[in-house]
Design a protein around this ligand. Structure first.
Ligand code: APR
Length: 255
């Protein structure tokens, strides 16, 4: 499935007018990098129950099982993943002076690898470990997974520095994301089911303050036809390539 060229050009025209653009991304943007999403067909939550393995209470009461079932597998997946045309397209929009910031719910670091310079990791990062006792952060290189869960020099268990269900979003990141959303002129909502708060609320803030909302997703979401001004039904990589080409065309014409 591919959106029509008319819709691509509507989205490109809104991007070309933008100078304070924000992207909100979710697991779908990394699907073409080989990382499965959480919800829907082939999603991680089809295979494991998130309340059993991705809730903070599960980690506190059974850290070894959460490490074995969730963290170890994700860690292995992320070490080999590379950015795809979706991540690279957002970085190109930044280079073109359109996009300021990427707010991502992903913990895979692929926007930074693609070269985006201002990335808000709304749900933290899997690339860093944090001690559950003394809260000191450390690298994966500092540990081995011979013993699960890995232990901090202070004696408490280590965990990836991600936001689990039941945990709050960092207040500073939340506040900054809300302000950027309120002040952006165009928001690209890419590869998120837009079902998990408070991230799902950011497009509503942007829309309420007059931003043009472009949604990119092979499936409709709760934002489609309600909040999104243009919905491009298709995979992020292919759609982003077409948007970037159409924006380059507009910018070339206006030189
Ligand atoms: N390109 C773009 N979007 C895609 C693609 C693709 N190639 N493949 C799938 N999608 C879409 C799906 O249609 C779905 O709407 O990506 C979305 C993924 O949704 P979720 O799995 O719910 O991911 P996300 O929105 O990031 O979830 C939010 O929920 O479980 C928590 O903490 C986790 O950060 C995550 C949060």
């Amino acid at each position: 499935m591919q959106p029509s060229q008319t819709l691509i050009e509507q989205a490109a025209a809104a991007c070309a007018r933008g100078t304070k653009g924000v992207a909100l991304t979710g697991a779908g943007i990394s699907v073409e990098s080989g990382i499965p999403p959480f919800r829907g067909k082939g999603g991680l939550w089809e295979k494991i129950d998130p309340m059993k393995y991705a809730h903070i209470d599960a980690l506190v009461s059974n850290p070894a099982e959460v490490w074995e079932v969730l963290f170890r597998g994700i860690g292995e997946l992320l070490t080999t993943a590379t950015p795809n045309a979706g991540h690279l397209g957002l970085q190109r929009l930044e280079q073109m002076g359109i996009l300021q910031t990427v707010i991502t719910q992903n913990v895979d670091g692929l926007h930074q690898k693609a070269g985006s310079s201002d990335v808000i990791e709304f749900h933290g990062t899997h690339a860093v470990l944090r001690c559950m006792g003394c809260h000191v952060r450390s690298d994966w290189q500092a540990i081995t997974l011979d013993r699960i869960p890995p232990v901090c020099p202070c004696g408490a268990y280590l965990r990836p520095d991600v936001v689990m269900f039941g945990e709050p979003i960092d207040v500073g990141l939340l506040r900054r994301s809300q302000i950027l959303s309120a002040n952006c002129d165009v928001m690209l909502v890419v590869g998120t089911s837009a079902t998990v708060e408070p991230a799902a609320y950011l497009p509503l803030i942007a829309k309420d303050r007059g931003a043009f909302i472009i949604e990119i997703n092979p499936e409709p979401t709760p934002l489609t036809d309600r909040v999104s001004d243009v919905t491009l039904l298709g995979p992020a990589g292919e759609v982003m390539e077409r948007i970037v080409a159409a924006v380059a065309n507009i910018q070339g014409r206006s030189l």
